[in-house]
Design a binder for this molecule. Structure first.
Ligand SMILES: NC(=O)c1ccc[n+]([C@@H]2O[C@H](COP(=O)([O-])OP(=O)(O)OC[C@H]3O[C@@H](n4cnc5c(N)ncnc54)[C@H](O)[C@@H]3O)[C@@H](O)[C@H]2O)c1
Length: 333
C-alpha cells in the first residue's frame, strides 16, 4: 500500500469519483473533493462526509483549483462533461470543461509540485473498433464524438505536462463503467429502471452493438494501482474487462438477474431517432458498433485483472437500486 498521501480528487462527488474517495480513505489517504455538483451529489459521499474535505468549485475557475491543489501530493482528475447529447449540442462547452478544465487542473498540479496525477479518460478516444480488443498503443485513436476528441486531447496535454514538469501522469481509458451510484441514462440503467417498474428491457434494433462493461470496483482497483506503481512518465491504460457484451445479451442478463418474467422487447429505432417506448429516449447517432478493451497492458504493467463478472455486477447494482429507487428520476441522456 502507498504511504498516506494528500489527494485532491476533482469530480469526487460523482459516480466513479465517490467510489475512488471511499477507496482512498480506506487506504488512509487524506482526501479533498473538488466538485461543482453539476452531476455529482453529497449523497454519494454520505457515508464519508465527516472524513473528507469538500471544496465546492469549478475546474474552469483556475484560481480555485490552484488553491485547492496547494500542498497536495496527488491529483486524481475525474470531473468532466460526459453526456454525449450535450457534446453534440454544445461541443464548445464540452471542450471548455474537458480541455480548458483539464489544463487548469494540470496547471494546478504543476504549481503544487504534485508527485503524480491520474486522469480519467475514456474508451471513446478509440472511436470505431477496427481491431479488437483495442490495445492502448496499437489501436487507432479516432474518436466518433466530440467528447472523445476532448478526452484524447486531455490525455495529450497530460503527457506534455508530465514530460515538461516531471510528474507521472496516468490516463485511464474507462469502458462502460457501471455499479451502485451510477446515474440514470445509459443502457443498463434504463433496463434496470424498467425492471424496477416490472417491465422488460427495450432493445433498439438488433441489439448487436457490443460494449465492454466494467464494474466500478474494477476501475477503482486500476486507480489504486496507479497510486502505488513505481512507473514514471506518462502512460495510458485501459480500464475494461476484455469481454465485449452485446446489448441483446445484456438485456437477457437483466431479465435473469432481476427475475423479470418476460423476454426483452425489440423496437426499431434508428440512430438519431427517438424511442416510442422509453420515455422519448434518443438512440445516439454515430454509435459505436463495438467497444472492446484489451486488459493486457493494465495486467502487465499495473498487475490488475478485472474480477467482477457482468452478472454479479448487475446483481450488485440491482440490489443498490432497489434500496435507492428514488435516485433515478431524471434521464441524463
Ligand atoms: N461512467 C462511465 O462509464 C465513464 C466512461 C468513460 C469515462 N468516464 C469518465 O470518468 C469520469 C467520471 O465520470 P462519472 O461517470 O463518475 O460521471 P459523474 O457525472 O458522476 O461525475 C463527474 C463529476 O464531475 C463533477 N463536475 C462536472 N463538471 C465539473 C466542473 N466543471 N468542475 C468541477 N466538477 C465538475 C460532477 O458534479 C460530478 O461529480 C469523467 O471524467 C468521465 O468522462 C466515465
Amino acid at each position: 500500500m502507498a504511504s498516506p498521501q494528500s489527494v485532491l480528487i476533482t469530480g469526487g462527488a460523482g459516480f466513479i469519483g465517490s467510489h475512488l474517495v471511499d477507496d482512498l480513505l480506506a487506504a488512509g489517504h487524506a482526501v479533498t473533493v473538488f466538485d461543482n455538483f453539476s452531476s455529482g451529489s453529497r449523497e454519494n459521499l454520505a457515508s464519508v462526509i465527516d472524513d473528507v474535505e469538500i471544496v465546492s468549485g469549478d475546474i474552469l475557475d483556475r484560481d480555485a483549483i490552484v488553491a485547492a491543489a496547494r500542498g497536495k501530493d496527488v491529483i486524481s482528475h475525474q470531473a468532466a462533461q460526459l453526456e454525449i447529447t450535450k457534446c453534440m449540442e454544445d461541443p464548445i462547452g464540452d471542450l471548455r470543461t474537458n480541455l480548458i478544465g483539464t489544463l487548469n487542473v494540470l496547471e494546478a498540479a504543476r504549481q503544487a509540485g504534485v508527485e503524480r496525477m491520474i486522469n480519467a479518460s475514456s474508451a471513446c478516444i478509440y472511436g470505431q473498433a477496427v481491431a479488437r480488443p483495442s490495445e492502448e498503443d496499437v489501436h487507432a485513436h479516432d474518436p466518433n464524438w466530440s467528447y472523445g476528441v476532448s478526452k484524447l486531447a486531455a490525455e495529450k496535454y497530460a503527457q506534455v505536462f508530465s514530460s515538461d514538469y516531471g510528474f507521472p501522469a496516468f490516463s485511464l481509458r474507462y469502458g462502460i463503467v457501471y455499479g451502485p451510484r451510477e446515474w440514470y441514462g445509459r443502457v443498463l440503467t434504463i433496463f434496470l429502471k424498467r425492471a424496477l417498474e416490472g417491465r422488460p428491457p427495450v432493445v433498439f434494433g438488433e441489439g448487436d452493438q457490443e460494449r465492454d462493461f466494467v464494474f466500478v470496483d474494477d476501475v477503482v482497483a486500476v486507480h489504486r494501482a496507479c497510486l502505488e506503481t513505481g512507473l514514471t512518465g506518462a502512460h495510458s491504460f485501459n480500464a475494461g474487462t476484455g469481454v465485449a457484451t452485446s446489448i441483446a445479451h445484456l438485456a437477457q442478463l437483466v431479465c435473469e438477474v432481476t427475475g423479470i418474467g418476460e423476454a426483452p422487447v425489440r423496437e426499431n429505432v434508428l440512430p438519431g431517432e427517438r424511442s416510442a417506448l422509453v420515455d422519448g429516449r434518443m438512440r445516439l447517432p454515430a454509435e459505436l458498433a463495438v467497444m472492446h478493451l484489451s486488459p493486457a497492458k493494465t495486467e502487465r504493467l499495473l498487475g490488475v485483472t478485472p474480477s467482477t463478472t457482468l452478472r454479479d455486477g448487475i446483481a450488485r447494482e440491482w440490489s443498490w437500486l432497489r434500496e435507492h429507487s428514488g435516485r433515478w428520476t431524471e434521464m441524463h441522456y
